[in-house]
Design a protein around this ligand. Sequence first.
Ligand SMILES: [Zn+2]
Length: 181
Amino acid sequence: MSIKPLIILPDPVLRQVSKPVERVDASLRKLTGDMLETMYDAPGIGLAAIQIGEPLRMLVIDLAKEDETPTPHVFINPEILESSDQRSVYEEGCLSIPDYYAEVERPAAVRVKYLDRDGKLQEIEAEGLMATCLQHEIDHLNGVLFIDHISKLKRDMVVKKFKKLAKDKMSGNKAPGRLVG
Ligand SMILES: [Zn+2]
């Protein structure tokens, strides 16, 4: 397992629509391990494959707090079957949009079908933070970011800020994010 560089806004890779996973095999399980390690290192509670540059429909989530035993969840080809009419608001952040948080309103509960790490079909009825996290990560698979759910004014400000950051980084560092020494 290894920690992969995260794709950061405004990288257009984040707007790609990810492709379904065709086979759950050893190389896919290795990718799962890399995703979990990258997420724990960040640290974050959810990560979609596209955030490390793999346009595949899979994501990992672990909602355990720092002092709790890790409980990694792997969702392959997740699909929302049902969303509640009831909605809830969480302050969301994203590993691809570091240090920016905003309140987002989404359905409070969702029913999702997916394949697990062994390629077995599963279904989950999620609510609370898990429901929000699943929707946030499934959005990533469709090239959608949480800032797409806030006002255009706020979104434009965030995108502008990150464009500037990326530009400053380019001019100050010849190989941004590639230093391994
Ligand atoms: Zn995210």
